[in-house]
Design a protein around this ligand. Structure first.
Ligand code: NAD
Length: 497
């Protein structure tokens, strides 16, 4: 019988009063594995109040004690990451090695946040004016909300909460209702690491929960990751209610392959980035721009490799797992139908794949199109599935123009052995994260992650120093201590002397 999953408030399970539930499925078998409680507006308030109550004490807890909890969390996570990876595979479907990779990338942000004492150091200026000193500090915001997508149940929340917590904030995490168990598991891990109750809370739900957080007067900031229409909505609603918002949206990532590129490397990396996690990565390559006369050879190399991939249950050592839901599978196959109907050449067809899995999982195998035109929906839309489209372009410039005219600007990659071309590309391409012979250029934790254009609403990227800045507010203190020289009235604007 399927279990029921609830919220996490004040260090324990909170059943709430929502009375609505959604199914959580195992995408490799199609079986319902759990029922998830969906929050009511009252549940939102109850969970937020736990974060409100925990804030004053956590804010005033010394940096030494706060970071000691971060170190303990890191050690527990490192020791038990296989458990978390198994949870991710069971609900998302990505293969175990990929799930483990996601946990490791999240762990790197925890490690970055362990350095919070250094990151929060302010400046000090002695004698800025005669007898006057100035120093700056950064303070936490208060209770903050994190709203995450289905495709990285552990890593995306970990882009935010280690930094938020280490900086002295309290957190309400609203995970995707498709993959809720990882958040529950991490909540228990925080408790085991010694985090005081109420500092990290989990609210499960749908639009009701999101709207409740976006308009709640006690929530000070919102970090959102998801599709572009919802990201835009979250940004507009959250900022209209006076909150600081960073809302990361969808993507359409291009790989530009120049004629001098190593085509074996390019083909390997097209496969890895296009079909890893069944294409359900915001940094997945989905369009390959083949410059000049290399297209036939490149397509043939990608085809050969795609046909060797084994699709199936991520627990069985396969290369590629299922899509997250039946609806996602149907949407992706619908795009393949549309691409074929529009006249693109279907080189590898993933529809009707025979997966290595039991039951009725949500599979589409690796799919490759050639001769894709830029007005076809397989090119214009974010498919979020294992579908690669090759667009043949005549020149470097035609490729760059396509990338720069795309409404998204999350990631892109150039494949070339020409350093000058790579440098020029990095300089002029209108995209936030760029790879040079690297297909999934996800920045390391101490840099910041974020796209341009419709891939990010707000001006602060995730983690790195921008993350620290997002989760803190600056203060500058100007002080003078009385000495015999003080005194006198002066109503003019303070001038430094
Ligand atoms: P989604 O937008 O459907 O859901 C994201 C979150 O929003 C979930 O927590 C969900 O419960 C909530 N939500 C869904 N519908 C809502 C509504 N109508 N009102 C308010 N909240 C709502 O996204 P998803 O399908 O879970 O994730 C895939 C998308 O996320 C893709 O577009 C992908 O590119 C994007 N993504 C972007 C990044 C990035 O860094 N830019 C990273 C990961 C995923």
């Amino acid at each position: 019988m399927a279990t029921t999953l609830y919220h996490w408030k004040n260090g324990e399970t909170f059943e709430g009063t929502g009375g609505r539930f959604s199914d959580v499925t195992d995408p490799a078998t199609g079986e319902v594995s759990a029922q998830l409680a969906l929050a009511s507006p009252e549940d939102v308030d109850a969970v937020v109040q736990a974060a409100v109550a925990a804030f004053p004490k956590w804010r005033d807890t010394s940096l030494t004690r706060r970071t000691a909890v971060l170190f303990a969390f890191r050690e527990l996570l490192n020791a038990r990451k296989e458990e978390l990876a198994a949870i991710i595979t069971a609900e998302h479907g990505k293969v175990l090695s990929d799930a483990l990779g996601e946990v490791s990338r999240g762990q790197e942000v925890v490690e970055f946040a362990c350095g919070m004492p250094h990151l929060l150091k302010g400046g000090f200026t002695e004698n800025a004016s005669t007898g006057v000193d100035v120093h700056s500090v950064r303070q936490p915001l208060g209770p903050v909300a994190i709203i995450s997508p289905f495709n990285f149940p552990a890593m995306v929340p970990m882009w935010f909460f280690p930094i938020a917590i280490a900086a002295g904030n309290t957190v309400v995490l609203k995970p995707s209702e498709k993959v809720p168990t990882a958040a529950q598991w991490m909540a228990q891990l925080w408790k085991d690491a010694g985090l005081p109750d109420g500092v990290f809370n989990v609210l499960n739900g749908d639009k009701v929960a999101v709207d409740g957080l976006l308009t709640h007067p006690d929530i000070k900031s919102v970090s959102f990751v998801g599709s572009t229409p919802i990201a835009k909505y979250v940004y507009e609603t959250g900022t209209a209610s006076g909150k600081r918002v960073q809302a990361l949206g969808g993507a359409k990532n291009h790989m530009l392959v120049l004629p001098d590129a190593d085509l074996d490397l390019a083909a390997d990396q097209a496969i890895n980035s296009g079909f890893g996690s069944a294409g359900e990565r915001c940094m997945a390559i989905s369009a390959i721009l083949a410059v000049g006369d290399i297209a036939d050879e490149l397509v043939s190399k990608i085809k050969q490799r795609a046909e060797t991939l084994r699709t199936g249950d991520g627990r069985r050592g396969c290369d590629m797992g299922p899509l997250v839901t039946a609806a996602a599978r149907d949407r992706v196959s619908g795009y393949v139908d549309a691409g074929e109907a529009a006249g693109a050449t279907l080189v590898v067809d993933g529809r009707g794949v025979s997966p290595d899995a039991d039951g009725e999982g949500f599979f589409v195998g690796p799919t490759l199109f050639d001769h894709v035109q830029t007005d076809m929906s397989i090119y214009t839309d974010e498919i979020f599935g294992p579908v690669l489209s090759v667009v043949r372009v005549a020149s470097y410039q035609e490729g760059v123009d396509l990338i720069n005219s795309n409404p998204y600007g999350n990631g892109t990659a150039i494949f070339t052995n020409d350093g000058g071309a790579a440098r020029r590309f990095s300089n002029e391409v209108q995209v936030g994260m760029i790879g040079v012979n690297v297909p999934v250029p996800v920045p390391i934790a101490y840099y910041s992650f974020g796209g341009w254009k419709n891939s990010l609403f707000g001006d602060t990227h995730a983690h790195g120093v921008e993350g620290v800045s997002f989760f803190t507010r600056g203060k500058v203190v100007t002080s003078r201590w009385l000495d015999p020289s003080h005194g006198g009235l002066n109503l003019g604007f303070p001038q430094n002397t």
